[in-house]
Design a protein around this ligand. Structure first.
Ligand code: ZN
Length: 498
């Protein structure tokens, strides 16, 4: 095996990681601190850094170095490294740089058109930009390569080895189980959201979120929390994994669960092996696997009764007087109200997946050309009516609500539901390994679960594909069985369904 080539390759990937993380720091600053006047210069700085990283990655010499290193029958650890590097290289090198530039321009214009369309509550102002982005997405899918299903080409950017056909089956199964469950719940009395719906001091709200994620094991020496318009998490290596949140003055759940969700992402980043930080293995196995971590802590832990049994007294200390009359059971119910609604990001655990399924079907039809862009708002509203029995009154509460498509983010939504699906597989496996998780949570002991995730998932980085990871941790490939069982059990109990 040729060590020179391997060393050159590793130095190349270290450069790429540094350039990418430097851009990520600038992006964090843009969303958290930057005055509006900085926008133009920041755009240029980010463009330069991202372009440099892309050039380092797609340099023909990178391909030569890879081929040489692979040819030398390397040991297993190096082979895993090379496989991950090869995946990144292939993905980037197959897309011509003219297409990358055109997509980046169209995404900037698309975002601006989307913002304008939202201001006027008028989809038609966004339609031409969306049509252009779809053309470019088709080109990108063809450049990446696929077996006649273009959606596969786009999906590969987020979920290695996932296929459209398999996604259809997964979504069909989810719909078949959840639709009757949601309907049955609709006939039952609703729990009250009142405990969360009150005016609360921002400082106390922040303290409560911080207390919860500290208990989960979020390491503040390797992270921090700030405020931003849309909550997000970002990491520049395992030593610096940050989160943001957004507070609502009259709804405690908004900020609290945003903090828990983003902390789930950040716990994953803090758990990635330090030694891999500047290479292709030192990142998440996929978007869905990342999402599985945030959903697990937000929903399966943070919206459980044992969590509230532990956390209610702490919440009372963070916000004196506000929760004195609310029991753990009240807070558990308030955090699990199921109600069909128009907006995906505000949806409960059950209906959320149907919002995702709807987007999956629509973007498939758009990409295939079966649905003309001009007909999208109508198709959206029809699908909402068919799924939830409610019809958006305007584009703002319908087709214009999500930012993803405006930036060319197609085939991204399924990762949210796949994340839920994987999270349930991890929890099943954690139950088998750790025993009674509820008893641990009730005592505020979240360390064993974090350690389990560290060993089984975080420590493996991007080595395994999502299916390999699922197989290794749960004994089965990605499949919705455990997730649907979890949802049925949890919500049948909450709503007293037989
Ligand atoms: Zn997330």
């Amino acid at each position: 095996m040729c060590n020179d080539k391997l060393a050159a390759l590793q130095a190349r990937w270290a450069d790429i990681a540094d350039l990418t993380h430097a851009a990520d720091v600038l992006e964090w600053d843009q969303l958290v601190n930057m005055p509006p006047g900085g926008a133009r210069a920041r755009g240029e700085q980010l463009g330069t850094l991202r372009r440099m990283a892309h050039e380092r990655l797609t340099d023909p010499r990178a391909g030569e170095e890879l081929a040489a290193a692979e040819a030398g029958s390397p040991p297993a650890g190096v082979r895993t490294w090379l496989r991950a590097a090869r995946r990144e290289y292939e993905r980037a090198a197959r897309i011509p740089s003219a297409l990358v530039a055109a997509t980046s321009r169209a995404a900037t214009e698309g975002y601006a058109a989307w913002v304008e369309a939202r201001e006027h509550n008028d989809f038609s102002r966004f339609a031409p930009a969306l049509a252009r982005l779809l053309d470019l997405a088709r080109e990108r899918a063809d450049a990446v390569g696929h077996n006649g299903e273009r959606y596969d080409g786009l999906l590969a950017e987020h979920e290695p080895e996932m296929r459209t056909e398999r996604l259809r089956t997964i979504f069909d199964e989810i719909r078949r189980t959840l639709l009757p469950l949601i309907e049955a719940i609709g006939a039952r009395p609703q729990p009250s959201r009142a405990p969360f719906r009150r005016r609360l001091a921002e400082s106390g709200q922040l303290r409560a979120g911080e207390a919860a994620i500290t208990a989960f094991g979020y390491d503040w020496r390797r992270g921090r929390q700030d405020r931003s318009v849309h909550p997000f998490s970002t990491a520049f290596g395992p030593g610096d994994a940050r989160i943001t949140t957004r507070l609502h003055p009259d709804d405690f759940a908004v900020g609290f669960y945003a903090t828990l969700h983003e902390a789930g992402h950040a716990l994953y980043e803090q758990g990635l092996p330090e030694a891999w930080a500047r290479g292709p293995l030192g990142r998440a196995a996929s978007t869905a696997v990342h999402e599985s971590q945030s959903r697990l802590w937000e929903n399966m832990v943070g919206r459980s009764l044992p969590f509230w049994e532990h956390f209610t007294p702490i919440l009372r200390q963070c916000l004196p007087g506000a929760f004195d009359s609310a029991s753990p059971g009240d807070l558990f119910l308030a955090s699990n109200v199921v109600e069909p609604s128009l907006i995906r990001v505000e949806a409960d655990e059950l209906t959320y997946n149907l919002h995702v399924a709807l987007r999956f079907e629509l973007e498939l039809a758009l990409l295939h050309g079966d649905l003309p862009v001009a007909d999208l708002p109508g198709a959206w509203n029809d699908a909402m009516l068919a799924t939830f029995g409610i019809r958006p009154g305007d584009d703002l509460h319908g087709v214009l609500q999500d930012v993803h498509w405006s930036q060319g983010g197609f085939a991204y939504f399924p990762s949210y539901t796949l994340g839920n699906v994987l999270a349930a597989q991890w929890m099943d496996s954690a139950h088998r390994t750790l025993g009674d998780l509820d008893a641990l949570f009730r005592r505020g002991e979240f360390g064993p679960l974090l350690m389990f995730l560290r060993t089984e998932i975080h420590a493996r980085g991007a080595g395994p594909t999502p299916d390999e990871l699922a197989e290794a941790v749960s004994g089965q490939m990605t499949h919705p069985g455990p997730y649907l069982r979890y949802l049925r059990a949890k919500f049948s109990a909450i709503y007293a369904l037989s």
